[in-house]
Write a protein that binds this ligand. Structure first.
Ligand SMILES: *Cc1c(COP(=O)(O)O)cnc(C)c1O
Length: 384
C-alpha cells in the first residue's frame, strides 16, 4: 500500500476500513450541486405532463444554440441519431465515401455504413489521438463527399486547416462532438465550425443527461429542416408525412435536466481541466508512461484523461489498479478497421493499432479532489 493511500484513509479516520473504490467517473457531486433545480425541473415536467417535445425541448434548443453560437440546434434521441440523421441531411448516398478517424467509438463510422456508404480511415497522431489532417488529401477520391472529425477525449481537432481543405475540395464536414461539449477552438465552440455538429448527452459524456439524448447543430437552414422533419417520421404536419423518417426526439425530461446543467458546463469543464493538469504535472518523467498533450489551438475539456503505457504492460497495469479499487477504461481497444463488421476492409493503421494497445483512461470528473487523484497517481506509479 502506498503512503498516499494510507494518509487518505486516515483522513477519514477509518484505520481498519478497506479503501473506498475510485470509479472512473462519479457524476454524483455534479448532480448534488444542482439537486434543487433538478428536482423542480423534473417535478414541473411530471406536473405539466408534457413528456414529448414542448417548451423544455424548444427552450433547450434555443439556449444551447446560443451557447454554442449556431443558428440551429435540433434535439434528437442520441448522439448516434444526430450522426445518422446528420449525414443524411448533408446528402450522403449509397456508394459515397466519408473520411474519418479509426480511433473513436463505432457510431462515428456506423452512421456512414448505415447508408451503404464507405468510411475511409486516416491514421492518427499519437499525441493528440486525433486524425492527421496532413494525410487526408491523399485519401480523397472522386467518391469522397465529406469528412467527420472527432474531437476525441475532449480535445479539438485543428479545424482551420481541415475547413480550408474541405472547402477547396468541395466536401462537407460533420463534427463528432460527443466528447467535447463546450471545448473552445480559437474563440469558437467545437461543433460550430464545420457544416454541422453532432453531440451526445449519454450520461457519461461531459454534458450528460439522465438517459439517452443527442443534438444536431448547423447554420445551414436546409440541413436543420431535414433533421427536424426526420426526427418525427418525416412529417412537418401531423399525418402529412413527406419523407421516410424515424422516431428520434429528445425527451422533454432530458431537455429539462440539460437546461439545469447547461449554465454550469463551463465551470465543470474548468474543473476537468484543473484535474487534467494536476495529473499531467504529477505524472511527468515516468519511464514507460506518456501523458496527454494539450494543443495550443484549443481547450481540452478532458472528457477522458488518457495516458499511454508504452512498455507493453498496459493490461497488467490496469489489472493492478483494479485490484487497488481504481476504475480505469481502455478507450478504444480496437481501432474501427479491426472490428468484425469491417472484416472485408484491408487497411493498416499502424499508429492507431499501436495506440489502442497502450491507452488507459484514468478517473476524472469535474469535482474530483486532489487526494483521490494522488491515490490514482501513486497506485499507477507502483503498478508500472
Ligand atoms: C458516445 C459517442 C457517440 C454516440 O453517442 P450516443 O449518444 O451514445 O449515441 C458518438 N461518437 C462518439 C465519439 C462518442 O463518444
Amino acid at each position: 500500500m502506498t503512503g498516499a493511500a494510507v494518509s487518505w484513509t486516515s483522513k477519514l479516520g477509518s484505520m481498519s476500513a478497506t479503501l473506498t473504490k475510485i470509479p472512473i467517473l462519479d457524476t454524483r457531486p455534479e448532480t448534488e450541486s444542482i439537486w434543487p433545480e433538478l428536482m423542480n425541473a423534473v417535478e414541473d415536467v411530471f406536473k405539466t405532463g408534457q413528456f414529448i417535445m414542448g417548451p423544455n425541448v424548444t427552450s433547450f434548443e434555443q439556449e444551447v444554440a446560443s451557447y454554442l453560437g449556431v443558428k440551429h440546434a435540433v434535439g434528437v434521441n442520441s448522439g448516434t441519431d444526430a450522426l445518422i440523421l446528420g449525414v443524411y441531411a448533408l446528402g450522403l448516398k449509397p456508394g459515397d465515401e466519408v473520411i474519418t478517424t479509426p480511433f473513436t467509438f463505432f457510431a462515428t463510422s456506423e452512421c456512414v455504413s448505415h447508408f451503404h456508404a464507405t468510411p475511409v480511415f486516416v491514421d492518427i497522431d499519437p499525441d493528440t489521438f486525433n486524425f492527421r489532417i496532413e494525410d487526408i488529401e491523399a485519401a480523397i477520391t472522386p467518391k469522397t463527399k465529406g469528412i467527420i472529425p472527432v474531437h476525441l477525449f475532449g480535445q479539438p481537432v485543428d479545424m482551420d486547416p481541415l475547413m480550408e481543405l474541405a472547402q477547396r475540395r468541395g466536401l462537407w464536414v460533420l463534427e463528432d462532438v460527443a466528447q467535447a461539449f463546450g471545448s473552445d477552438y480559437k474563440g469558437k465552440k467545437a461543433g460550430a465550425i464545420g457544416h454541422a455538429g453532432a453531440f451526445s448527452f449519454f450520461p457519461t459524456k461531459n454534458l450528460g443527461a439522465f438517459g439517452d439524448g443527442g443534438l444536431f447543430v448547423t447554420d445551414d437552414d436546409a440541413a436543420a429542416d431535414i433533421v427536424r422533419v426526420l426526427r418525427v417520421h418525416g412529417a412537418r404536419k401531423k399525418y402529412n408525412n413527406e419523407m421516410v423518417g424515424v422516431n428520434s426526439r429528445l425527451d422533454a425530461l432530458q431537455a429539462a435536466i440539460l437546461r439545469c446543467k447547461l449554465p454550469h458546463i463551463d465551470s465543470w469543464n474548468e474543473g476537468r481541466r484543473t484535474a487534467g493538469r494536476r495529473y499531467t504535472q504529477a505524472l511527468q518523467g515516468i519511464e514507460g508512461l506518456v501523458t496527454p498533450s494539450e494543443v495550443p489551438y484549443g481547450t481540452h475539456v478532458y472528457h477522458q484523461y488518457t495516458v499511454r503505457i508504452t512498455n507493453g504492460r498496459r493490461d497488467g497495469v490496469q489489472r493492478k489498479l483494479d485490484e487497488q479499487g481504481i476504475g480505469t477504461m481502455v478507450y478504444y481497444e480496437k481501432p474501427l478497421h479491426k472490428l468484425p463488421v469491417y472484416k472485408d476492409m484491408v487497411v493498416s493503421m499502424p499508429v492507431s493499432e499501436q495506440v489502442a494497445s497502450e491507452v488507459l483512461s484514468l478517473p476524472i470528473w469535474p469535482k474530483i479532489d486532489w487526494g483521490t487523484q494522488e491515490r490514482v497517481v501513486e497506485a499507477l506509479k507502483a503498478a508500472l
